[in-house]
Design a protein around this ligand. Structure first.
Ligand code: GCU
Length: 670
């Protein structure tokens, strides 16, 4: 049968052993009147009926055995609890949205055929759990690889928002509670009255799923659409303009989540034009939103894209700390600095951004990118939760009050625990994924890419979730519970980040993709000799950015213990070497191989691993519906070929640059 691709992991395929749940009552009792509670009850009915192959019904009241969906205001915010009692089962939520989270979690237990037990209360790790979509009002999507916008077309919000509503359902199923629908490079007229009225329609279709609408805004709005002669954030006219704009928004969208701001970055104007700070800009917005409960996500992605290549001290990676640390403590409590996971830009591997450990009196959130801009653009399978978990678990060893290094993994920082508020409470923090779904029936083009969106939600809810659990559960829900499928798909996913890294830019060099074009395919020297600062300085004597104290000094932006580890060649991990050090091509890695031989070997091994996805997938023919089977097979075939293109381009370049031949005589001989 033709698959409804938009169902993604919410397919609710009949499970093999439905008998184990035969005592589950067939009546769902929900007294809730809100749209979210109705959606929760209906979701449960639909999911259980489909998976267990017997009819479930929803009732307002009921005696006897039932599944009770109830509100319990005593639970912590956004939390739910699943418990059995003599009448059946309770799913309690602290809010209608939390009831939804409980329902989706329960359905996931059934889909993965786990036993129903009393569970302890489940609460999200942080309040901000959003996706950002980089959609333009004309219907195109910046770095979107799955068709046109589900929200906009031709300068307007689409008449038919069915897909937007379905998307909110998917987001809710993994606990995501906010969605910013327009490009961070915002259309200048985003906040016009006409557009705002249209955005309210998107908020309406999100609302039943507990997903709040957010918007990216341009700081020049008071000038461009307000007609003022300035957008200086401390000018009283500008302050008043933002206040009345906020009031206008909340009249239309009472649960509006807030603004995302990209300023003083990549050509966007910002507070620097008036000699003002990021805090001046963020706070004027924050104060306008505060009476209505909104927040400002101010992006930490502020850097100069006209750096001087000839300046050995110039370093784009330094920009986050250099631009923000001086303002620590001056941001209002409803401002959150949204920091990309690494200091450059979503490369296949970067160290984590030192800005996470440098702001002690400011709320921070992590930004990751489900849209695989530099990681194969949803034509390659790259399971990013592996990368994100590595980032979230990276311990920055920030000093505590006593000045001694202590455990401060990124997850403890972005959930607000590592640097709490003055009263000891956790700071507001969170997780944002640039996702960029499109009108393609399956949202992200590559069916496997949906594991990234699913995994993002799971990690945002609980950053301690093991990645193999994410891969297993997603695979079962998406591809079914056939034993061969379960043994194959998660294994393919779990190795795929290293495979991609291995045939693109390993050892922390960056992705080596064509940065001046579409960020797809090899374009090795495109990163060099220009102002963008994604340099790796591949020269005759060696390769890598010297970010030590003798070089750009970037390493010193990390807390001392980690800085010492990165500064020393004895302790720098092989997989980050070239991000931090300039070394000769025959430099010997901890692995025992020379750098250049390791590059050759890794590229051959990884291209081979990518080629093996094809027979691995073919072994599942007949166990997966033909439509998705064939689509995925074609993508794997493409990936296998493209991995060879990558392998050869990079190996040839290293052979030429270093003058050191491949000990195995492969390079140059194909
Ligand atoms: C990257 C991306 C841009 C985007 C920018 C951002 O540089 O290529 O398209 O606008 O990140 O995150 O703001």
């Amino acid at each position: 049968k033709a698959e409804d691709g938009s169902a993604a992991w919410l397919r609710y395929a009949p499970i093999a052993n439905a008998k184990q749940y035969e005592t589950l009552p067939a009546v769902i009792v929900s007294r809730g009147e809100s749209a979210s509670e109705r959606a929760a009850a209906e979701e449960l009915r639909r999911g259980l009926t489909s998976m267990l192959g017997r009819p479930f019904t929803v009732a307002k009241n009921g005696r006897g055995a039932a599944i009770l969906l109830t509100a319990d205001a005593h639970l912590p915010s956004e939390s739910y609890r699943i418990a059995r009692n003599i009448h059946g089962l309770h799913i309690d939520g602290s809010s209608p949205a939390a009831e939804l989270y409980g329902v989706f979690h329960f359905l996931e237990l059934i889909a993965s055929q786990r036993p129903i037990r009393d569970e302890k209360t489940q609460s999200p790790s942080a309040t901000i759990r959003w996706t950002d979509e980089w959609d333009n009002l004309n219907g195109t999507i910046e770095r979107g690889y799955a068709g046109r916008s589900i929200f906009f077309d031709n300068g307007h919000v689409r008449a038919d928002l069915t897909r937007a509503g379905e998307y909110a359902r998917l987001l809710a199923s993994v606990g995501i509670n906010g969605c910013n629908v327009n490009n961070v490079n915002a259309d200048l007229d985003t906040l016009s009255p006409e557009h705002l009225r249209e955005f309210a329609r998107i908020a309406d279709v999100f609302r039943p799923w507990g997903v709040k609408l957010a918007l990216s805004i341009d700081l020049t709005s008071p000038q461009t659409i307000g007609g003022l002669d300035t957008f200086d954030p401390v000018d009283p006219k500008v302050i008043a303009w933002w206040q009345s704009k906020a009031a206008e928004i909340y009249k239309l969208i009472p649960d509006f989540a807030g603004f995302t701001v990209k300023a003083d970055s990549e050509g966007r104007k910002g507070p620097s034009q008036y000699g003002r700070t990021p805090a001046d800009a963020a706070n004027v917005l924050a104060r306008a939103l505060k009476p209505h409960g909104g927040v400002v996500l101010y992006r930490g992605f502020v850097y100069n894209n006209h750096l001087d290549w000839n300046d050995r001290k110039a370093d784009r990676a330094r920009a986050g700390v250099d631009n923000f640390v001086k303002n620590d403590g001056t941001f209002d409590p409803n401002v959150i600095i949204q920091i990309k996971e690494g200091p450059i830009d979503f490369q296949a591997r970067e160290p984590v951004s030192p800005l996470f450990a440098a702001l002690h009196k400011t709320n921070v959130a992590i930004e990751v990118q489900t849209a695989q801009e530099y990681t194969g653009q949803q034509r390659h399978m790259v399971f990013l939760p592996s990368m994100w978990k590595w980032v979230l678990d990276t311990d920055l060893r920030a000093p505590g009050a006593d000045g001694k290094p202590r455990a401060t993994p990124v997850k403890s920082i972005v959930t607000g625990h590592a640097f709490p508020n003055a009263d000891g409470s956790a700071r507001m923090g969170g997780f944002i994924s640039v996702t960029n779904v499109g009108l393609d029936a399956n949202w992200l083009h590559h069916p496997m890419a949906m594991a990234n969106l699913y995994g993002f939600g799971r990690l945002a809810w609980n950053p301690d979730t093991p990645v193999d659990e994410i891969a297993n559960t997603w695979s079962t829900m998406t591809w079914g519970s056939d034993a061969a499928v379960r043994a194959t798909v998660p294994k393919m996913l779990l190795g795929s980040w290293q495979v991609y890294e291995g045939h693109t830019g390993p050892n922390g060099i960056g992705t080596l993709t064509n940065i001046l074009g579409y960020h797809f395919g090899p374009g090795i020297e495109s990163a060099e000799r220009n102002g963008w600062g994604q340099w790796f300085r591949g020269e005759k004597d060696g390769i890598g950015m010297d970010r030590t104290s003798a070089g750009t000094g970037y390493i010193q932006q990390y807390p001392p213990e980690l800085a010492a580890k990165y500064e020393s060649l004895a302790t720098i991990p092989d997989d980050l070497l070239l991000f931090f050090h300039h070394v000769p091509y025959d430099y010997r890695l901890h692995s025992g191989k020379t750098l250049v031989q390791s590059i050759y070997d890794t590229h051959y091994a990884s291209a081979l691993a990518a080629a093996e996805y094809v027979p691995q997938w073919k072994s599942l023919q007949g166990r997966i519906d033909p439509e998705r089977y064939t689509q995925t097979l074609h993508l794997f075939e493409f990936q296998a070929g493209h991995a060879i293109v990558w392998r050869d381009a990079i190996n040839q370049w290293f052979a030429k640059q270093s003058g050191i031949p491949d000990a195995m005589h492969r390079v140059g001989n194909d």
